[in-house]
Design a protein. Sequence first.
Lengths: 119, 112
Amino acid sequence: GAVVSQHPSWVICKSGTSVKIECRSLDFQATTMFWYRQFPKQSLMLMATSNEGSKATYEQGVEKDKFLINHASLTLSTLTVTSAHPEDSSFYICSARSPRTRLMDTEAFFGQGTRLTVV
Amino acid sequence: LAKTTQPISMDSYEGQEVNITCSHNNIATNDYITWYQQFPSQGPRFIIQGYKTKVTNEVASLFIPADRKSSTLSLPRVSLSDTAVYYCLVGADLNQGGKLIFGQGTELSVKP
């Protein structure tokens, strides 16, 4: 199946600094990518939808100035956590829609996730 | 988006068949039903998708009754490596600006 890769797999940063997470579709072009956050023992929470060449669409309650999303190409979307605080520590996961062309498509491929720890 | 309800957890033993049922009473006509599997500290992995009746692939079967208000994921002869969280999702045509919204999921524990 299609491959979505995230980098880094884990990162530790100091409070107040910014961290960038990359999400790449390795063998297909993804016009739309999604960013999720997952706290321990909880489900995935959708943060935003990243559209190539346009602004991201954020879910209610997600601060767009804190979680900067850039989708500059069809294979790369980045999430930057700005001025990180310990409460931003979480597991961040990106996904991209399958490149299939059937009429109804609900399959997406997920990256391996990035564990962010803010100290 | 249709809301889904699943059992929070299930226990099983190696070699048994496991059936996880998901309720989605408000499923829309155009909605598909999709199941994902997630291991700790990994991204979810697509298992199976269906619209009605029965779908089978190399890892699972999906049973959907005629009214489509529920669905059952069937895992044949589970092994320890099937211990994971299983999510049932409904709807979200990603071609039409849809989104994948995850519910609480079912934590399956397979014991020796």
